[in-house]
Write a protein that binds this ligand. Sequence first.
Ligand SMILES: *Cc1c(COP(=O)(O)O)cnc(C)c1O
Length: 477
Amino acid sequence: MKYISTRGNSPAKTFTEILLGGLAPDGGLYLPQIYPQVSRAELDAWRSLSYAELAFAVLSKFATDIPADDLRAIISKTYTAAVYSNGRADSDFKQITPLRTLEPGVHILELSNGPTLAFKDMAMQLLGNLFEYALDKQHDELNILGATSGDTGSAAEYAMRGKRGIRVFMLSPHGKMSAFQRAQMYSLQDPNIFNIAIRGVFDNAQDIVKAVSNDHAFKAKYKIGTVNSINWARVSAQIVYYFKGYFAATQSNDEQAAFSVPSGNFGNICAGHIARMMGLPIGQLILATNENDVLDEFFRTGVYRPRDTRHTYETSSPSMDISKASNFERFVFDLVGRDADQVREFWARVDAGGEFDIKGTPYWDALSQFKFASGKSTHQDRLKTIRELWEEYGVMVDTHTADGLKVGLEQRRPSLPLICLETALPAKFEETIVEALGRKPERPAGMEGIENLPQRVEVMDADLARLKAYIAAHVPQ
Ligand SMILES: *Cc1c(COP(=O)(O)O)cnc(C)c1O
């Protein structure tokens, strides 16, 4: 299996060759040259597999250059009940991604029982083990540099803590995250984790991370890398739970199912698209946005019009507050029949601050065969959904999952079982839960007093030279 770029001008690479990198050299994103197909006989055999066995069955079709025994070992140490047991007390942890049925035909797939209580742990934990394995083989090291406003940074730190050959330098806006989020990250005492609180807002932190990445000499000397959402291994790890959720919600492989996905950078739902392309019987892929509705607009009107960061709203489902959807190019590559010239032409406009419109082109007619539906959810919708779920089913959901439920229930075809992906636990977004329900969400056992643990964080001005000096001082040469 080789990987090609959506922009068509980069040599084909193997899974391990693209594992530690980001964008392809031509600025595109990597995708498999062809999607591996899952036969009916395989689907029938996979129905009864455990999560780890299923993950191996799926991922061995993509990571073909990792010896099977090595891949199996990496996967079985990643997907254990011990790693994914932070959820509600009544969760069936052994399933790794248990299915919670609200009423016949309406389900929530629990993806947030990992160490940081958000679905990003599902892929990031695997990435940590894959990175350690690959670096070990190459006798190399990696210093991960990133900026976070919450979920991604903590998922990365919990995945990389204690890993050989890896250090994490994670920038966050000083005083801007919730007390719980700060405690989650800053209380880590592992010597390979470096938290840096930047005086300023998230964009100030992001800007100096970009400046370091543009300094190619520094980047090479200090082996700087990233773990952003375009990483192919992260997308491929997310394909697994679409299969798992489908098997849990259906009786046989003759049935179709619908998935509803709270979306930001289009990484999660891109994995659903690929699962469908591999042959999983998905009848509907429902994309939910919050007030930042760039993607909903595309699926309704054919216009892709990324906003600039000044026109990104700060909402109560903050992990979906995006201005442009970094994984969307992968889907568009498939939509235009894998015509890289067409993708380059569209993104020449997007990268220049513009937009593109597929209405009136053959691509608009082709769109329906990909089975997408979409909708948006606002703060009021979110509060209403959280209240209704609590009153009708005694189930408390977080703000992002509420967006997915609202749009999923509105857009679903009643003939299909609906599987709503849970992307975080309510404990992460206490303030809005109190606003909706007048009570605090429960914390998973062991997380009750994390705000009181000693914290390890370096507070710094948003100053490039200061950051470089800090990295240089902490990376042995
Ligand atoms: C990252 C995130 C999302 C958005 O997922 P994408 O893959 O970026 O579309 C939604 N909800 C939560 C809680 C997240 O952390």
